[in-house]
Ligand binder design. Sequence first.
Ligand SMILES: Nc1ncnc2c1ncn2[C@@H]1O[C@H](COP(=O)(O)OP(=O)(O)OP(=O)(O)O)[C@@H](O)[C@H]1O
Ligand SMILES: [Mg+2]
Length: 231
Amino acid sequence: MLKLQDLTLHYGHSQILNGISMEAAVGEVTCVMGTNGVGKTSLIKAISGTHPRSGGTVQLQGEALGILPAHKLAHKGIAYVPQGREIFPLLSVRENLEIGFVCLPPSAHFIPDEIFDLFPVLKEMQNRRGGDLSGGQQQQLAIARALITKPRLLLLDEPTEGIQPNIIQQIGDVIRLLRDKGEMAIVLVEQYFEFAYDLADRFVVLRRGEIMISGTKETLTKQDVLKGVSV
Ligand SMILES: Nc1ncnc2c1ncn2[C@@H]1O[C@H](COP(=O)(O)OP(=O)(O)OP(=O)(O)O)[C@@H](O)[C@H]1O
Ligand SMILES: [Mg+2]
């Protein structure tokens, strides 16, 4: 589904990613791990078009993607749930979800029942302002908004950061369900090791902008992955 080759990224003159090659398959969770500042968010930004890559190639289902802005990539089926959620605090929950409609034809401008089945709390709170939700509920809203666009590739950047345990568990259940439906590839950036290890089918561990370890759950032991993420 997603194939990166030799991807590089700069902020001004400083090179942050150096030759990242990785793949993510449909029906799998590919977990990007690594300590603070290694370039996890930058990698997700390069894939989503939020920040342009400076080199390398990105393919989605065999189609080479140029260096496109985020809204063009959203139309191609790439959905991005940013670190820190970035929901619109003054819009209602329903209005936040409706933002995803921009990627869809007019005939699909409705919120599918499936979204509220996955996140019942959003149904109850659909007329409340996004800013009035708890952090965990906002994270659920951000994931739901991404799903509205019917993505082929879902990018999640640290969905458990600063969130209470019962909602972390619900988010894990949703990720597992989406994976098992087999309709999208999921790339999950996560520093909460047990959560990530549990969900992941494939690992990419970064260190200082390079891949330190990568492989599947079959080819890598838990110790290998743990060693990669410890400083
Ligand atoms: N807009 C920017 N301009 C300049 N440097 C940046 C910018 N964004 C990030 N960086 C730097 O790039 C490096 C990688 O940052 P990035 O946010 O990708 O790391 P991360 O692995 O996601 O970290 P964290 O675990 O804290 O979220 C860091 O050294 C960071 O300071
Ligand atoms: Mg980050």
